[in-house]
Structure formats: structure tokens, C-alpha cells
Design a protein around this ligand. Structure first.
Ligand SMILES: Nc1ncnc2c1ncn2[C@@H]1O[C@H](COP(=O)(O)OP(=O)(O)OP(=O)(O)O)[C@@H](O)[C@H]1O
Length: 223
């Protein structure tokens, strides 16, 4: 179980602010959606929450960890242990198979045999659920955009994170597959996982407990 608290977060690139005054609290078992027009900084905010980049100013506490004081290596370790990150474009190693790409996070943290067995079982279950079980041994450069997105989602879940940060998780998917993924997020929420996502989709917002609109002056509560 994890919780996050961001206070007065701002982010600028080359001296120009993308957003200021972002306050956000997230608790175990919540689905939080961040909406907002293109370019307002949704991906940037999710990258900060996922520990992929640091804010320009403000504080960010993840459980008992002060995230803004950590260096890149420490953030990477924290991500491996606690955070599943689903990106808009799911970067893959193209000449590895879907299964090998899914297993990459397992290489980053030590696992004993029992853990490895339970992870393999999880990969099998999720592959069936997201209908890619017949594609697992295909190279990812032979897969469609939607198939790669599902591989990316399974990869983000394989280490059983307590927080999922998802950037447009259903962006390349049809309604039925999107609905399967949202149903699965609901199951994870009931298990106490905190899910924070950026979306333009009404279906995704409708499935979220809390919806914010990101503006250059901070988050505005919509639901
Ligand atoms: N590394 C970077 N260097 C410079 N500018 C950046 C960088 N990353 C993002 N930006 C700028 O920050 C702004 C916010 O980008 P971001 O991708 O976070 O927006 P977004 O709300 O997710 O957009 P979209 O809905 O189109 O995906 C954009 O103007 C973008 O060009």
C-alpha cells in the first residue's frame, strides 16, 4: 500500500513554466485521472510522480521517501520496487520477443525462485486477460501499436507495484480492450493499488474516483 503527496510543484523547461502550484494527494485504492488540453503538462506531471524527472520546485513525498532529494539511480530503484509506469508509446527492445520485453523489470530487482514462479504465473494470467498469449514469443517489431501497448501494460504490472502511473493507457486500443483494462484497474484498486493516469478519454474519466483538470496554474478538481 502506498500514498503520495505533492505540494506546490512547478516545472519549467529552459526557464519557461509548464505549470505551477500543483498539489495532489493520492491514497491506496484510488484511481485518479488527470485531464487537460494537449501540451498542458500531463505527461510531465506523471513523469515527476513516476520519478522519471524532478520538479523545478515543490515537494513530493512517496510513503516515507522524499522524492525530490533522490538522484537518478535512487529514483530508478524506487520505481523498480514501487511504481509501474505505463507510457503513451511503451518503448520496447525491438529485436526481443514480447515475453522477453515483459521480463525486463524482473532483471532490475533480485527475485527468489518463489517470487519468479509467481511472476511467471502473473504474466500468463495477464497475457490471457489482455489476449496476447499467442503473441508472447513474437518479436515486438512484428506487433501492432495496440498489441505493443498491451505488452507495455503487462510489463508495468509484472513486479506487482503499489502505484501505477499510466499515460494515456488506452490511447491505441479499441473500446472492448480498453474496457478490459479499466476492469482490471478496478480489480487492482480493490487490492489497494493507487492508480494515477493521464487521459483524454471520457470512458477512462468515468472509471476514475477523482478527476482533475491540469492547468498552468495547478490542478482543478472536476469530480
Ligand atoms: N524535455 C523537455 N524539454 C523541453 N520541453 C519539454 C520537455 N518535455 C516536455 N516539454 C514541453 O512541456 C510541455 C508539456 O508537455 P507534456 O508532454 O507534458 O504535455 P501533455 O499535456 O502530456 O500533452 P499531450 O496531451 O499532447 O500528450 C510541452 O510544451 C512540451 O513541449
Amino acid at each position: 500500500m502506498s500514498q503520495i503527496q505533492l505540494c506546490n510543484i512547478s516545472k519549467s523547461f529552459q526557464g519557461s513554466f509548464v505549470f505551477k502550484n500543483v498539489d495532489l494527494k493520492g491514497e491506496a485504492g484510488q484511481i485518479i485521472a488527470i485531464r487537460g488540453k494537449s501540451g498542458v503538462g500531463k505527461s510531465t506531471l506523471l513523469n515527476i510522480i513516476a520519478g522519471l524527472e524532478l520538479p523545478t520546485s515543490g515537494s513530493y513525498q512517496l510513503d516515507d521517501i522524499n522524492m525530490v532529494e533522490k538522484n537518478i539511480n535512487e529514483l530508478s530503484r524506487i520505481r523498480g520496487e514501487k511504481i509501474g509506469y505505463i507510457s503513451q508509446f511503451s518503448p520496447m527492445v525491438p529485436n526481443l520477443t514480447a515475453f522477453e520485453n515483459i521480463c525486463i523489470p524482473l532483471l532490475l530487482i533480485k527475485q527468489n525462485d518463489d517470487v519468479t514462479d509467481s511472476r511467471m504465473k502473473r504474466i500468463e494470467e495477464l497475457s490471457k486477460l489482455f489476449e496476447i498469449q499467442d503473441l508472447l514469443h513474437k518479436k515486438v517489431n512484428k506487433l501492432s501499436g495496440g498489441e505493443i501497448q498491451r505488452v507495455g501494460i503487462i510489463r508495468s504490472l509484472v513486479n506487482e507495484p503499489s502505484i501505477i502511473v499510466a499515460d494515456e493507457p488506452t490511447g491505441s486500443l479499441d473500446d472492448e480492450t480498453s474496457s478490459n483494462i479499466l476492469d482490471y484497474f478496478h480489480t487492482l484498486k480493490l487490492e489497494g493499488i493507487l492508480i494515477i493516469l493521464a487521459t483524454h478519454s471520457k470512458m477512462v474519466s468515468d472509471h476514475s474516483d477523482i478527476v482533475y483538470n491540469l492547468t498552468k496554474d495547478g490542478l482543478i478538481l472536476e469530480k
